[in-house]
Design a protein around this ligand. Structure first.
Ligand code: ADP
Ligand code: 5GP
Length: 200
């Protein structure tokens, strides 16, 4: 059986990554990797569903034992991708989606260069600020911080394989799905199909 596709998505907070991926998940099947984190659960978040909520000691024990595909410190908390679930899903042929920040994605680029790296962009920094204001979950001060953090993160977008601008949602979802569809057709992932036709 051929291995699943590893899809890595990054986007600054407020770019609409949650909205976009929720829509995309209705139209294609992938395993959404549940990350580990040392940050406290937000209201409504469930352990094992949104994140595996761990103490810093337990997190580092797992990371030091080689149990994380990648991990990074972000805004004072550790976030990491548990390796085993990802490996098992890929081996079973299922596509896996990692929604991780830039530093972690750069580590995955070194370890898994065959993965697909997608950066989601807002139409402009001004639109990003307006969306954060409209969402209304952060104070004006935090919104200003998020926008300057976004500016720093977007500089790293040049290192990704694809950029999707989340302007009109349906188009952005279509673009995201088109990337996955295109990647699945790459010759490097279709050696077996070619061999079959050739009677191999
Ligand atoms: P993230 O997960 O990247 O932090 P969200 O999915 O929470 O971002 O989106 C941030 C805000 O922008 C939300 O209020 C959401 O409804 C809105 N939003 C997302 N995508 C679009 C879009 N294409 N056009 C307009 N508003 C959008
Ligand atoms: P939040 O605290 O808002 O849920 O997430 C903060 C940031 O951490 C987001 O950019 C999110 O994509 C990122 N993140 C979530 N899980 C992981 C992970 O496993 N590894 C890394 N490197 N970043 C993660």
């Amino acid at each position: 059986m051929s291995k699943g596709l590893l899809i890595v998505v990054s986007a600054p907070s407020g770019c609409g990554k949650g909205t976009l991926l929720e829509e995309a998940a209705k139209q294609t099947d992938f395993y959404y990797s549940v990350s580990a984190t040392t940050r406290a659960p937000r209201e409504g978040e469930k352990d094992g569903v949104n994140y595996h909520f761990l103490t810093r000691e337990r997190f580092m024990e797992i990371a030091d034992g080689g149990g994380m595909l990648e991990y990074a410190e972000y805004c004072g908390n550790l976030y990491g991708t548990p390796k085993k679930a990802v490996d098992d899903m890929l081996a079973s042929g299922r596509d896996v989606l990692l929604e991780i920040e830039v530093q972690g994605a750069l580590k995955v680029m070194e370890k898994c260069p065959e993965a697909v790296f997608i950066f989601i962009l807002p139409p402009s920094l001004e639109t990003l600020r307006e969306r954060l204001e409209k969402r209304g979950t952060e104070s004006a001060e935090v919104i200003a911080e998020r926008v300057s953090q976004a500016e720093r993160e977007i500089k790293e977008a040049y290192k990704y394989g694809y950029a999707v601008v989340n302007d009109e949602l349906d188009k952005a979802v279509g673009d995201f799905l088109a990337i996955i569809r295109g990647e699945k057709l790459a010759v490097k992932r279709n050696g077996e199909a070619i061999d079959r036709v050739m009677g191999g």
